[in-house]
Write a protein that binds this ligand. Structure first.
Ligand code: ADP
Ligand code: MG
Length: 313
Protein backbone atom coordinates (compact mmCIF):
# COMPACT_ATOMS: atom_id res chain seq x y z
CA UNK A 1 0.00 0.00 0.00
CA UNK A 2 1.36 3.41 -0.97
CA UNK A 3 1.94 5.99 1.70
CA UNK A 4 -0.78 8.60 1.93
CA UNK A 5 1.57 11.47 1.09
CA UNK A 6 2.84 9.74 -2.04
CA UNK A 7 -0.33 9.74 -4.11
CA UNK A 8 0.27 9.92 -7.86
CA UNK A 9 -0.68 13.01 -9.86
CA UNK A 10 -2.68 12.60 -13.03
CA UNK A 11 -2.81 15.15 -15.80
CA UNK A 12 -6.47 15.97 -16.31
CA UNK A 13 -7.40 15.35 -12.69
CA UNK A 14 -6.30 18.69 -11.25
CA UNK A 15 -9.68 19.35 -9.63
CA UNK A 16 -9.26 16.36 -7.33
CA UNK A 17 -6.92 15.70 -4.44
CA UNK A 18 -6.18 11.99 -4.17
CA UNK A 19 -6.29 10.85 -0.56
CA UNK A 20 -5.92 7.10 -0.45
CA UNK A 21 -5.91 4.04 -2.69
CA UNK A 22 -9.09 1.95 -2.34
CA UNK A 23 -8.67 -0.77 -4.91
CA UNK A 24 -6.74 -2.13 -7.85
CA UNK A 25 -7.91 -3.70 -11.04
CA UNK A 26 -6.07 -5.08 -14.04
CA UNK A 27 -6.12 -1.75 -15.88
CA UNK A 28 -7.30 0.61 -13.19
CA UNK A 29 -6.69 2.08 -9.76
CA UNK A 30 -9.46 3.36 -7.54
CA UNK A 31 -8.71 6.24 -5.18
CA UNK A 32 -10.53 8.02 -2.43
CA UNK A 33 -10.36 11.67 -3.44
CA UNK A 34 -11.52 15.13 -2.50
CA UNK A 35 -13.45 16.92 -5.24
CA UNK A 36 -11.93 20.41 -4.85
CA UNK A 37 -14.83 22.12 -6.61
CA UNK A 38 -17.54 20.68 -4.33
CA UNK A 39 -15.35 19.87 -1.32
CA UNK A 40 -16.95 16.40 -1.22
CA UNK A 41 -15.21 13.07 -0.96
CA UNK A 42 -15.62 10.78 -3.96
CA UNK A 43 -14.02 7.70 -5.47
CA UNK A 44 -12.10 8.06 -8.73
CA UNK A 45 -11.49 5.06 -10.96
CA UNK A 46 -8.45 5.83 -13.09
CA UNK A 47 -8.13 3.60 -16.16
CA UNK A 48 -4.87 3.47 -18.11
CA UNK A 49 -5.83 3.82 -21.77
CA UNK A 50 -2.60 2.63 -23.32
CA UNK A 51 -2.93 -0.84 -21.84
CA UNK A 52 -6.30 -1.32 -23.49
CA UNK A 53 -7.07 -2.50 -27.00
CA UNK A 54 -9.91 -1.00 -29.03
CA UNK A 55 -12.52 -3.43 -27.67
CA UNK A 56 -11.52 -2.78 -24.08
CA UNK A 57 -11.69 0.98 -24.62
CA UNK A 58 -15.14 0.60 -26.12
CA UNK A 59 -16.11 -1.46 -23.07
CA UNK A 60 -15.14 1.34 -20.68
CA UNK A 61 -17.30 3.75 -22.65
CA UNK A 62 -20.13 1.22 -22.51
CA UNK A 63 -19.65 0.87 -18.75
CA UNK A 64 -19.98 4.68 -18.48
CA UNK A 65 -22.97 4.74 -20.81
CA UNK A 66 -24.82 2.09 -18.81
CA UNK A 67 -23.97 3.63 -15.43
CA UNK A 68 -25.24 7.04 -16.59
CA UNK A 69 -28.70 5.60 -17.04
CA UNK A 70 -28.85 4.10 -13.55
CA UNK A 71 -30.31 5.67 -10.45
CA UNK A 72 -31.03 3.39 -7.52
CA UNK A 73 -29.94 3.28 -3.86
CA UNK A 74 -28.52 -0.21 -4.39
CA UNK A 75 -26.21 0.87 -7.21
CA UNK A 76 -23.00 2.91 -6.95
CA UNK A 77 -23.58 6.23 -8.71
CA UNK A 78 -21.42 7.58 -11.49
CA UNK A 79 -20.97 11.29 -10.72
CA UNK A 80 -18.99 12.27 -13.79
CA UNK A 81 -16.71 10.98 -16.49
CA UNK A 82 -13.75 12.58 -18.23
CA UNK A 83 -10.66 11.54 -20.11
CA UNK A 84 -7.17 12.74 -20.82
CA UNK A 85 -4.79 11.48 -23.46
CA UNK A 86 -3.61 8.69 -21.17
CA UNK A 87 -6.50 7.99 -18.83
CA UNK A 88 -10.21 7.61 -18.35
CA UNK A 89 -11.55 9.03 -15.09
CA UNK A 90 -14.76 7.69 -13.59
CA UNK A 91 -15.82 9.80 -10.62
CA UNK A 92 -17.99 7.59 -8.43
CA UNK A 93 -20.00 7.82 -5.26
CA UNK A 94 -17.54 6.98 -2.47
CA UNK A 95 -18.15 3.68 -0.70
CA UNK A 96 -16.09 4.14 2.48
CA UNK A 97 -16.79 0.68 3.85
CA UNK A 98 -15.03 -1.21 1.07
CA UNK A 99 -15.75 -4.68 -0.25
CA UNK A 100 -18.23 -7.18 1.13
CA UNK A 101 -15.44 -9.66 0.48
CA UNK A 102 -13.30 -8.18 3.29
CA UNK A 103 -16.19 -8.31 5.74
CA UNK A 104 -16.76 -12.00 5.03
CA UNK A 105 -13.09 -12.70 5.58
CA UNK A 106 -13.11 -10.70 8.83
CA UNK A 107 -16.26 -12.30 10.26
CA UNK A 108 -15.97 -15.81 8.77
CA UNK A 109 -19.70 -15.80 8.11
CA UNK A 110 -22.86 -13.76 8.65
CA UNK A 111 -25.87 -14.71 10.73
CA UNK A 112 -28.99 -15.45 8.67
CA UNK A 113 -30.49 -12.14 9.74
CA UNK A 114 -27.49 -10.13 8.68
CA UNK A 115 -27.09 -12.13 5.47
CA UNK A 116 -30.74 -11.39 4.68
CA UNK A 117 -30.23 -7.70 5.32
CA UNK A 118 -27.22 -7.60 2.99
CA UNK A 119 -28.55 -9.83 0.22
CA UNK A 120 -31.90 -8.01 0.03
CA UNK A 121 -30.13 -4.76 -0.71
CA UNK A 122 -28.18 -6.45 -3.48
CA UNK A 123 -31.34 -8.14 -4.75
CA UNK A 124 -33.28 -4.88 -4.94
CA UNK A 125 -30.39 -3.44 -6.95
CA UNK A 126 -30.54 -6.42 -9.30
CA UNK A 127 -34.31 -6.14 -9.59
CA UNK A 128 -33.90 -2.54 -10.69
CA UNK A 129 -31.28 -3.56 -13.28
CA UNK A 130 -33.20 -6.55 -14.64
CA UNK A 131 -36.78 -5.35 -14.52
CA UNK A 132 -36.50 -1.60 -14.93
CA UNK A 133 -33.38 -1.13 -17.02
CA UNK A 134 -32.95 -4.37 -18.92
CA UNK A 135 -29.34 -4.52 -17.75
CA UNK A 136 -27.44 -7.67 -16.80
CA UNK A 137 -24.46 -7.02 -14.53
CA UNK A 138 -22.57 -10.27 -15.29
CA UNK A 139 -19.93 -9.80 -12.57
CA UNK A 140 -21.80 -10.03 -9.26
CA UNK A 141 -19.33 -11.13 -6.60
CA UNK A 142 -18.28 -9.97 -3.11
CA UNK A 143 -15.45 -7.80 -4.53
CA UNK A 144 -17.98 -5.78 -6.50
CA UNK A 145 -20.44 -5.30 -3.62
CA UNK A 146 -19.43 -2.30 -1.53
CA UNK A 147 -20.44 -0.89 1.85
CA UNK A 148 -21.34 2.80 2.05
CA UNK A 149 -19.45 3.02 5.35
CA UNK A 150 -17.39 0.78 7.54
CA UNK A 151 -19.92 -1.63 9.00
CA UNK A 152 -20.11 -2.18 12.71
CA UNK A 153 -21.13 -5.79 13.01
CA UNK A 154 -21.67 -7.40 16.38
CA UNK A 155 -19.80 -10.66 16.53
CA UNK A 156 -22.64 -12.66 18.02
CA UNK A 157 -25.65 -13.33 15.82
CA UNK A 158 -26.68 -9.76 15.04
CA UNK A 159 -30.36 -9.23 14.48
CA UNK A 160 -31.77 -7.02 11.80
CA UNK A 161 -35.21 -5.53 11.51
CA UNK A 162 -37.35 -6.50 8.58
CA UNK A 163 -36.05 -5.00 5.34
CA UNK A 164 -37.16 -1.39 5.11
CA UNK A 165 -35.88 0.61 2.16
CA UNK A 166 -36.66 3.90 3.94
CA UNK A 167 -34.68 3.23 7.08
CA UNK A 168 -31.39 2.01 5.65
CA UNK A 169 -29.97 5.44 4.84
CA UNK A 170 -30.46 6.63 8.38
CA UNK A 171 -27.83 4.17 9.57
CA UNK A 172 -30.27 1.67 10.81
CA UNK A 173 -29.32 0.24 14.16
CA UNK A 174 -29.09 -3.52 14.35
CA UNK A 175 -30.56 -4.61 17.64
CA UNK A 176 -28.98 -7.69 19.09
CA UNK A 177 -26.01 -8.71 21.13
CA UNK A 178 -23.53 -5.85 21.02
CA UNK A 179 -25.60 -3.78 18.56
CA UNK A 180 -24.15 -2.52 15.30
CA UNK A 181 -25.05 -0.92 12.03
CA UNK A 182 -23.99 -1.53 8.46
CA UNK A 183 -25.40 1.23 6.26
CA UNK A 184 -25.91 0.43 2.60
CA UNK A 185 -24.57 -2.27 0.36
CA UNK A 186 -24.33 -1.29 -3.32
CA UNK A 187 -23.45 -2.94 -6.59
CA UNK A 188 -20.31 -1.58 -8.30
CA UNK A 189 -18.23 -2.36 -11.41
CA UNK A 190 -20.32 -2.33 -14.56
CA UNK A 191 -17.29 -3.27 -16.67
CA UNK A 192 -18.93 -6.47 -17.93
CA UNK A 193 -22.52 -5.30 -17.90
CA UNK A 194 -24.77 -5.39 -20.90
CA UNK A 195 -28.14 -4.03 -21.91
CA UNK A 196 -30.10 -7.08 -23.04
CA UNK A 197 -33.69 -6.10 -22.84
CA UNK A 198 -35.38 -3.04 -24.24
CA UNK A 199 -37.41 -1.49 -21.39
CA UNK A 200 -39.84 0.17 -23.74
CA UNK A 201 -40.74 -2.69 -26.06
CA UNK A 202 -39.91 -5.54 -23.64
CA UNK A 203 -38.05 -7.30 -26.44
CA UNK A 204 -34.42 -8.34 -26.80
CA UNK A 205 -32.17 -5.41 -27.69
CA UNK A 206 -31.26 -4.70 -31.29
CA UNK A 207 -33.48 -7.39 -32.74
CA UNK A 208 -36.60 -7.34 -34.84
CA UNK A 209 -38.58 -10.16 -36.41
CA UNK A 210 -35.82 -12.26 -37.90
CA UNK A 211 -34.03 -13.25 -34.72
CA UNK A 212 -33.47 -16.97 -34.21
CA UNK A 213 -35.21 -18.50 -31.17
CA UNK A 214 -31.92 -19.46 -29.53
CA UNK A 215 -30.88 -15.79 -29.52
CA UNK A 216 -34.20 -14.71 -28.04
CA UNK A 217 -33.87 -17.45 -25.44
CA UNK A 218 -30.26 -16.49 -24.78
CA UNK A 219 -31.23 -12.92 -24.02
CA UNK A 220 -34.07 -14.13 -21.81
CA UNK A 221 -31.74 -16.34 -19.86
CA UNK A 222 -28.83 -13.91 -19.69
CA UNK A 223 -30.33 -12.32 -16.59
CA UNK A 224 -30.07 -15.70 -14.93
CA UNK A 225 -26.27 -15.40 -14.76
CA UNK A 226 -26.76 -12.72 -12.11
CA UNK A 227 -29.12 -15.02 -10.22
CA UNK A 228 -26.55 -17.82 -10.14
CA UNK A 229 -23.99 -15.32 -8.86
CA UNK A 230 -26.46 -14.07 -6.26
CA UNK A 231 -26.83 -17.67 -5.06
CA UNK A 232 -23.04 -17.99 -4.78
CA UNK A 233 -22.87 -14.76 -2.76
CA UNK A 234 -25.68 -15.85 -0.44
CA UNK A 235 -24.09 -19.27 0.08
CA UNK A 236 -20.77 -17.61 0.92
CA UNK A 237 -22.35 -15.11 3.32
CA UNK A 238 -24.00 -17.89 5.28
CA UNK A 239 -21.03 -20.23 5.71
CA UNK A 240 -17.89 -18.23 4.93
CA UNK A 241 -16.70 -20.24 1.92
CA UNK A 242 -17.91 -20.40 -1.68
CA UNK A 243 -20.16 -23.19 -3.01
CA UNK A 244 -17.71 -24.19 -5.72
CA UNK A 245 -14.04 -24.48 -5.03
CA UNK A 246 -11.12 -26.64 -6.08
CA UNK A 247 -7.39 -26.03 -6.30
CA UNK A 248 -7.47 -27.42 -9.81
CA UNK A 249 -9.16 -25.09 -12.26
CA UNK A 250 -10.23 -28.07 -14.37
CA UNK A 251 -11.94 -29.80 -11.46
CA UNK A 252 -13.55 -26.51 -10.42
CA UNK A 253 -14.86 -25.93 -13.92
CA UNK A 254 -16.33 -29.42 -13.94
CA UNK A 255 -18.00 -28.90 -10.56
CA UNK A 256 -19.60 -25.66 -11.74
CA UNK A 257 -20.71 -27.21 -15.03
CA UNK A 258 -22.46 -30.01 -13.14
CA UNK A 259 -23.69 -27.69 -10.42
CA UNK A 260 -21.99 -29.95 -7.92
CA UNK A 261 -22.01 -28.41 -4.45
CA UNK A 262 -23.07 -29.55 -0.99
CA UNK A 263 -24.29 -28.04 2.26
CA UNK A 264 -21.19 -29.17 4.06
CA UNK A 265 -21.47 -30.40 7.65
CA UNK A 266 -20.91 -29.06 10.29
CA UNK A 267 -20.98 -25.53 8.79
CA UNK A 268 -24.48 -25.86 7.36
CA UNK A 269 -26.03 -27.90 10.19
CA UNK A 270 -27.66 -24.96 11.95
CA UNK A 271 -28.70 -23.02 8.87
CA UNK A 272 -32.43 -23.00 8.23
CA UNK A 273 -34.05 -25.31 5.64
CA UNK A 274 -35.62 -22.21 4.08
CA UNK A 275 -32.22 -20.67 3.37
CA UNK A 276 -31.06 -23.94 1.81
CA UNK A 277 -34.23 -24.17 -0.27
CA UNK A 278 -33.64 -20.68 -1.64
CA UNK A 279 -30.03 -21.47 -2.55
CA UNK A 280 -31.14 -24.66 -4.27
CA UNK A 281 -33.38 -22.61 -6.57
CA UNK A 282 -30.49 -20.29 -7.47
CA UNK A 283 -27.63 -22.78 -7.89
CA UNK A 284 -29.58 -24.77 -10.39
CA UNK A 285 -27.84 -25.65 -13.65
CA UNK A 286 -30.81 -25.24 -15.96
CA UNK A 287 -31.27 -21.46 -16.35
CA UNK A 288 -34.93 -21.89 -17.26
CA UNK A 289 -35.52 -23.51 -13.85
CA UNK A 290 -33.48 -20.97 -11.90
CA UNK A 291 -35.34 -18.35 -9.87
CA UNK A 292 -35.79 -14.93 -11.42
CA UNK A 293 -35.22 -11.88 -9.24
CA UNK A 294 -38.95 -11.57 -8.55
CA UNK A 295 -39.15 -15.22 -7.50
CA UNK A 296 -36.14 -14.66 -5.26
CA UNK A 297 -37.73 -11.65 -3.59
CA UNK A 298 -41.00 -13.55 -3.07
CA UNK A 299 -39.31 -16.51 -1.34
CA UNK A 300 -40.31 -16.98 2.32
CA UNK A 301 -36.69 -16.76 3.52
CA UNK A 302 -36.47 -13.21 2.17
CA UNK A 303 -39.73 -12.28 3.86
CA UNK A 304 -39.17 -14.01 7.18
CA UNK A 305 -39.28 -11.82 10.24
CA UNK A 306 -35.82 -11.67 11.81
CA UNK A 307 -35.23 -14.20 14.53
CA UNK A 308 -34.82 -12.76 18.03
CA UNK A 309 -31.31 -12.56 19.40
CA UNK A 310 -30.05 -15.56 21.37
CA UNK A 311 -30.29 -15.17 25.13
CA UNK A 312 -27.10 -13.75 26.68
CA UNK A 313 -24.77 -16.44 27.97
P1 ADP B 1 -12.32 -3.62 -11.81
O1 ADP B 1 -13.05 -3.64 -13.10
O2 ADP B 1 -10.85 -3.38 -11.97
O3 ADP B 1 -12.65 -4.79 -10.93
P2 ADP B 1 -13.88 -2.02 -9.96
O4 ADP B 1 -14.82 -0.97 -10.44
O5 ADP B 1 -14.47 -3.29 -9.44
O6 ADP B 1 -12.82 -2.28 -11.09
O7 ADP B 1 -12.96 -1.40 -8.82
C1 ADP B 1 -11.91 -2.16 -8.23
C2 ADP B 1 -11.99 -2.07 -6.71
O8 ADP B 1 -11.91 -0.70 -6.30
C3 ADP B 1 -13.30 -2.57 -6.10
O9 ADP B 1 -13.29 -3.96 -5.93
C4 ADP B 1 -13.32 -1.82 -4.79
O10 ADP B 1 -12.46 -2.40 -3.84
C5 ADP B 1 -12.73 -0.45 -5.17
N1 ADP B 1 -13.81 0.48 -5.54
C6 ADP B 1 -14.43 0.57 -6.75
N2 ADP B 1 -15.38 1.52 -6.76
C7 ADP B 1 -15.37 2.07 -5.53
C8 ADP B 1 -16.14 3.12 -4.88
N3 ADP B 1 -17.09 3.78 -5.54
N4 ADP B 1 -15.86 3.41 -3.59
C9 ADP B 1 -14.90 2.73 -2.94
N5 ADP B 1 -14.15 1.75 -3.47
C10 ADP B 1 -14.37 1.40 -4.75
MG1 MG C 1 -14.36 -5.33 -9.87
Amino acid sequence: REAKNKMPQYKGLENFKLLDKMGDGAFSNVYKALDLTTNKKVAVKVVRKFELNATQRANILKEVQIMRGLNHPGIVKLISFSESQEHYFLVLELMEGGELFHQIVKLTYFSENLARHVILQVAHGIRYLHEERGVVHRDIKPENLLFSRIPVIPSKNPVQRQYDEEKIDEGEFIPGVGGGEIGRVKIADFGLSKVVWDEQTMTPCGTVGYTAPEIVKDERYSKSVDMWALGCVLYTLLCGFPPFYDESINVLTEKVARGYYTFLSPWWDDISPLAKDLITHLLCVDPSQRYTIDEFLAHPWCNAAPAPPPPPT
